[in-house]
Design a protein around this ligand. Structure first.
Ligand code: PEP
Ligand code: MN
Length: 265
């Protein structure tokens, strides 16, 4: 796992270079599950930026369990993400699901996301490894740490050293109260095994907005380098993942709570 290499990923954005890593301040990625329309994405971008986030997240291509669920607006949503960047200067993180879409996703994204369901899509891993944009690699929902790190290794081996690992919860037997079990023990384990920066996603990790703040704070206390938080201007009306999305107001409060815990740099 190439331990000993520079333990940071540097992402150029309109607002300057953002450093992900153990020796840098916390980086917060926030935004809706899906890009729904221009007004909502620009409004969300403005709100999360004002609260202190460095990156806007939002899906154009969505990996949905049901083929009848909203699949994302695709290419047109990429244009809306670009508009949100212009309006705010935030970096953009969005998911690529298919090698055929990689070029156009990478044109807009400052960091290309590979989702949990594609963690072992080896042809996609090789392709994102052979392009220049940093890659956010989410942990497969039933992947071991070893499988996850080997998936990261595919990207590194293809020539892209800029990989950020994102724990987003693993399959749980208790679906009644949580969508997944957020594996915070992955933080110290990864720290001992790899130089790659560590992000925690308590939104997909719990599936419930009311549990997100506690797990976000726990992630910082355990040493996470970065957080991904779903934020929607009207969670009740969201086209995907509304139940786990914070309102902009709650996100703003969370950012103030996180500042109290801080992060050793
Ligand atoms: C997402 O980030 O919106 C997403 C689909 O996440 P995951 O791949 O972790 O389920
Ligand atoms: Mn989501």
């Amino acid at each position: 796992y190439r331990h000993g290499e520079a333990s940071e990923v540097v992402v150029p954005t309109l607002a300057g270079a953002i450093h992900f890593g153990e020796h840098h301040p916390l980086v917060v990625v926030a935004g809706p599950c899906s890009v729904e329309n221009e007004v909502m994405i620009v409004e969300t971008a403005r709100r999360v930026k004002a609260a202190g986030a460095q990156f806007l997240r939002g899906g154009a291509y969505k990996p949905r369990t049901s083929p009848y669920a909203f699949q994302g607006h695709g290419e047109s949503a990429l244009g809306l993400l670009a508009a949100a960047r212009e309006a705010t200067g935030l970096g953009i993180i969005t998911e690529v699901m298919d090698t055929a879409d990689l070029e156009k996703v990478a044109e807009v994204a400052d960091v290309v996301q590979v989702g949990a369901r594609n963690m072992q899509n080896f042809s996609l891993l090789k392709k994102v490894g052979a392009q220049d944009k940093p890659v956010l690699l989410k942990r497969g929902m039933a992947a071991t740490i070893e499988e996850w790190l080997m998936a990261a290794e595919y990207i590194l081996a293809a020539g892209n050293p800029n990989v950020i690992l994102c724990e987003r919860g693993i399959r749980t037997f208790d679906r009644q109260y949580a969508r997944n079990t957020l594996d915070l023990s992955a933080i110290p384990v990864l720290r001992s095994l790899t130089h790659l920066p560590i992000m925690i996603d308590p939104s997909h990790g719990t599936g419930r907005a009311e549990y997100v703040p506690a797990m976000a704070m726990a992630a910082i206390a355990a040493g996470a380098d970065s957080l991904m938080i779903e934020v929607h201007p009207n969670p009740a009306k969201a086209l995907s993942d509304g139940p786990q999305s914070l309102t902009p107001e709650r996100f703003d409060t969370l950012m103030q709570e996180l500042a109290v815990i801080g992060k050793a740099v």
